[in-house]
Design a protein around this ligand. Structure first.
Ligand SMILES: [Zn+2]
Length: 410
């Protein structure tokens, strides 16, 4: 889930590089000291923590010799001890194998595994021998790294869009500013590695494929919200639960008032798909439709309402009063023929209601046929009503839709 990302310095001033290299060299001495003192059974192997080491060094003045800032050596102690712990863990893998070879007795194996895990092997001759064999005493080889804690650096973008990373130098309150090759600011603890005049900035981030794709707006959102995958999942689950509740409540309210519910068949359009669409908004819309379909089916069944599915083609594009195609803008529907503006959803809902009694348009009538039927009706309207103002609107429309017995005026 977390991946290491590397940003690189661009045309770094040689004086700055030299200062960073000197800091890394001094911190390398800190690492060597940690390995030498604690890189054994008596050190990290005995469960010693980096906090205890820091306290000891502060008490006996060890840290003064390194001539680096406090946070720099403390982070380096922590990092070096983590290296030693990793070294120890690798040795334990080999010892566990040796335990498995030595005995088949489950109880004996368990006892030794437990002792090994708790770093409590010194009293067991076999374990002590195995640990000495596999845990080769290591030493520090790292003299080109600086570890910077998340709260000790900051980033800023200059007027040309260049991202700069500012980290502590060897003197208090004097930051060294490094121009970076990326526009995505590094986050969390940084590991700066100095190689051949260039600085590599290693940091961990949640796998952010958006940035790799070059979708910087999305990458920025991911970073700005700083959401881990677990947290994001939890938020998404809460959101889904809330939307479900709202949809089911709304459907119950509809069934409160209606013995028959007429609706678009919301399941139809998505059954052909193998998966939900990639676009987040469409995905959400598809999911919402699915939940609405489920709610309509369940609630109407449970409460004894009839649920009738109708063909919803063009119901949001035609005027419910005259049947002509109009224009939709936002939540408004303009019918130029009637010269009226409807609330778009209300207009579509009335059209859907009318589809239930439509003798020409069945549930599975293809889209293009529906369009033809609707156009034929309005054409007939035009040709058969020479003087539109000569009769009251209601009777005029009824006369021109002989088969549409369910059309009603709203
Ligand atoms: Zn109209």
């Amino acid at each position: 889930m977390k991946v290491t990302r590397i940003a690189y310095s661009v045309r770094l001033n040689p004086g700055k590089y030299a200062a960073l290299a000197e800091q890394a060299r001094r911190l390398g001495r800190v690492r060597s000291e940690v390995w030498q003192r604690y890189g054994s059974v008596a050190g990290v192997g005995s469960g010693l923590t980096d906090r205890r080491v820091r306290d000891r060094w502060l008490a006996d003045g060890t840290h003064v010799h390194f001539a680096v800032l406090a946070n720099a050596w403390k982070e380096t102690v922590r990092d070096a001890m983590a290296d030693i712990a990793a070294n120890l863990a690798a040795a334990k893998v080999a010892v566990r194998r040796a335990i498995n070879r030595r005995t088949n007795d489950p109880a004996e194996r368990k006892r030794m595994f437990t002792a090994l895990k708790a770093d409590d092997w010194a009293s067991d001759p076999f374990l002590a021998r195995q640990m000495r064999k596999h845990w080769k005493r290591g030493f520090n080889r790292t003299h080109d790294q600086i570890v910077v804690r998340a709260d000790k650096y900051h980033t800023a973008v200059d007027g040309r869009g260049r991202l700069w990373l500012a980290i502590p130098g060897l003197e208090p309150r004097k930051l060294i500013r490094i121009p970076l090759s990326t526009t995505v600011a590094p986050t969390g603890t940084l590991r700066l590695i100095l190689r051949g005049g260039r600085v590599e900035v290693h940091h961990r981030s949640i796998a952010n494929t958006a940035a790799l794709r070059g979708d910087h707006a999305k990458a920025h959102r991911v970073k700005a919200n700083n959401l881990g995958i677990v947290k994001r999942e939890r938020q998404a689950a809460r959101h889904r639960a809330r939307v479900r509740t709202e949809i089911f409540t709304a459907v119950h309210e509809v069934v409160d008032k209606a013995a028959t519910v007429i609706a678009e068949d919301l399941t139809k359009r998505f059954t052909g798909r193998k998966q939900l669409p990639k676009n987040i908004n469409r995905r959400l819309a598809a999911w919402t439709k699915g939940v609405t379909a489920e709610a309509l089916k369940n609630v109407s069944e449970r409460r004894g309402s009839a649920l009738v599915h109708v063909n919803a083609a063009y119901t949001s594009q035609a005027c419910h009063r005259c049947g002509r195609f109009g224009r939709r803008g936002g939540d408004r529907f303009h019918c130029t023929s009637c010269g009226v503006v409807w609330q778009a959803d209300v207009n579509a809902a009335i059209n859907i209601l009318q589809r239930a009694g439509d003798p020409d348009i069945a549930l599975h009538t293809p889209h293009h046929k529906v369009k033809q039927i609707l156009q034929d009706r309005t054409d007939r309207h035009r040709t058969r009503l020479p003087v539109q103002d000569s009769s009251p609107a209601t009777t005029g429309r009824r006369a021109n839709y002989p088969n549409r017995s369910t059309v009603s005026d709203k």
